[in-house]
Design a protein around this ligand. Structure first.
Ligand code: ADP
Length: 170
């Protein structure tokens, strides 16, 4: 498995699956979620509504998969990160679950290349440095990671990019 860091807009990345930092309703929101639904079109929301009707949304730490509609990726994996409200082990575990459950779903769908945004590091206020450490560790330690060819960490801002760069160099 190869790890890459991009400073980019995740909606423009051509991989088997991009991951969305969704919310429990699966009905879209701000940040990366808004961008994915805006650019991917109605097909993504239609799939999300079907999942909602079947299982009633998505729990924090869980992941679901839909089409990527008009995006260059094939699938969108929607995962719901925890809202940061102070340093609690429970929040770190839930963030780690987001990465693990997204990878599990990727493998089930024969996805070989996957791009993650900094889940929970926007509106949900998780500290970027702590979130990046959890992201990298969760991916590297995933028990079936050899079945994935490439993981891209997509950073939207320079600060996040530099954090990932320094963590991956060390
Ligand atoms: P959350 O609610 O999980 O915090 P956000 O969408 O608010 O989700 O933010 C998650 C991260 O995604 C933030 O670091 C934000 O800067 C980044 N982000 C926002 N838009 C995009 C985009 N188009 N591509 C990649 N990353 C993005």
């Amino acid at each position: 498995m190869k790890i890459e860091i991009f400073k980019a807009d995740i909606t423009e990345i051509q991989v088997d699956a991009i991951v969305n930092a969704a919310n429990t309703s699966l009905l879209g929101g701000g940040g990366v979620d808004g961008a994915i639904h805006r650019k991917g079109g109605k097909a993504i929301l239609d799939d999300c509504v079907k999942i909602r009707n079947k299982q009633g949304g998505c729990k924090v730490g869980d992941a679901v998969i839909t089409t990527a509609g008009n995006l260059p990726a094939k699938y969108v994996i929607h995962t719901v990160g925890p809202v940061w409200n102070g340093d609690k082990d429970e929040k770190s575990k839930l963030l780690s679950d987001c990465y693990k459950n997204s990878l599990e779903l990727a493998i089930k769908n024969e996805i070989k290349t996957i791009a993650f945004p900094g889940i929970s590091t926007g509106i949900y206020r998780f500290p970027k440095d702590k979130a990046a450490r959890i992201a990298i560790k969760s991916v590297k330690d995933f028990y079936k990671i050899s079945e994935i060819e490439k993981v891209i960490f997509v950073c939207f801002d320079k600060e996040s990019y530099e954090i990932y760069q320094s963590l991956l160099e060390s």
